[in-house]
Design a protein around this ligand. Structure first.
Ligand code: GDP
Length: 364
């Protein structure tokens, strides 16, 4: 479940990606993660872990992590195979969601590929490449479905939807902008369309803009307007400041952020937004050895969540002892929570919630 970073040249992708790799998570904890130069693994910030570590007096704290994939090399004409075009598009196909970095900083010394800074034009340039690629997919699909309709009238609804998608794409819009029913969404997801992948726009602003107006300049406003049409989120960062922050240790980082009047770094906001965009949630385990966050997809049942820890626990699953993080904190300790009868015993069908603190019981 990787997020792919895309954007035109000179918008600040590498600067942001460097911040990601420097802030990188301790890889020993994340054996599932790929080790490639263009993949960065970062911890997902979760203040709940600090609170639990104190409560349990745990030796170790292990946050969960997500991966960012640096997909450089997009130029105009990629969908026609120019530049690294096709390779670039196939990389986007592999990621679960897109982080689109858009330049919202003016700097005479840094050339813009189009001559001037224009976030809407930049967004359109990249989106059009994805749209062209999707059009090819949809046109092939339409041909197939037209044949099907001749013998099977029930395929007509599918064909109508495909034509609607085609019209949308031909109008220069991403499929993301369409208002679809849940059933249609599932159907459309199965095509792997690039312009249907969940997206976050990262507005990269100058140091001055970030410090003076919280980054909200007129260029960022344009990005926000656009994102609204696609139900997408915008995260404002200053990549340069992020790369400086990533050099600092935790206490220095806190001090620096306080100094510039921010609660959280842009990177941390981006990581959280990315996690949410992927439909991921965390459940927590806590004990004197370690407190730890585990990533699952929303909707995961207790045994499968247990399987994230170890396949043996999933296989021998008996039940889960669960308490919501907020309730645990309100009770003050796990024993106090037990005394108050707040600990729930949940079975195989229980759907794990974000922030559940869980102890699994299992047969060995
Ligand atoms: P990429 O081609 O998208 O990977 O862009 P880079 O990360 O290489 O950035 C291009 C240039 O813009 C570099 O000289 C960066 O130092 C500069 N740059 C990136 N982010 C910022 C920023 O937030 N503020 C300013 N002033 N310059 C930036």
């Amino acid at each position: 479940m990787k997020l792919g970073i895309v954007g035109l040249p000179n918008v600040g992708k590498s600067t942001l990606f460097n911040a990601i790799t420097k802030a990188g998570a301790e890889s020993a904890n994340y054996p599932f993660c790929t080790i490639e130069p263009n993949v960065g693994v970062v911890s997902v910030p979760d203040k709940r872990l600090d609170v639990l570590q104190q409560m349990y007096d745990s030796k170790k704290l292990v946050p969960t992590a997500i991966e960012f994939y640096d997909i450089a090399g997009l130029v105009k004409g990629a969908s026609k195979g120019e530049g690294l075009g096709n390779k670039f598009l196939s990389h986007i196909r592999e990621v679960a969601a897109i982080v689109h970095v858009v330049r919202c900083f003016e700097d005479q010394n840094i050339v813009h590929v189009e001559g001037t800074v224009g976030p809407l034009r930049d967004i359109e340039t990249i989106n059009l490449e994805l749209i062209f690629s999707d059009l090819e997919v949809i046109e092939r699909r339409i041909q197939k479905t037209q044949k099907m309709v001749k013998s099977d009238k029930s395929a007509q609804a599918e064909l109508d939807l495909l034509n609607l998608i085609k019209d949308t794409l031909e109008g220069g819009k991403s499929v993301r902008a369409l208002d679809l029913s849940t059933e249609e969404q599932e159907f459309v997801k199965s095509f792997g369309l690039l312009s249907y992948k969940p997206i976050i726009y990262v507005a990269n602003v100058s140091e001055e803009d970030l410090l003076e107006n919280n980054g909200d300049n007129s260029l960022v406003q344009q990005v926000r307007e656009h994102a609204k049409c696609e139900n997408a989120e915008v995260v404002v960062v200053c990549a340069k400041i992020e790369s400086e922050i990533s050099e600092l240790d935790d206490s220095e980082k806190l001090e620096f952020l306080q100094e510039i009047g921010l609660e959280e770094s842009g990177l941390d906001r981006l990581i959280k937004a990315g996690y949410k965009l992927l439909g991921l949630i965390s459940f927590l385990t806590a004990g004197p050895q370690e407190v730890r966050a585990w990533t699952i997809r929303k909707g995961t049942k207790a045994p499968q969540a247990a399987g994230k820890i170890h396949s043996d626990i999933e296989r021998g699953f008996i039940r889960a002892e669960v308490i919501a993080y907020d309730e645990l904190v309100a009770a003050g300790s796990i024993n106090a929570a037990k005394d108050k009868g707040l600990l729930r015993l949940e079975g195989k069908e229980y759907e794990v919630k974000d922030g559940d603190v869980i102890l699994f019981r299992f047969n060995v």
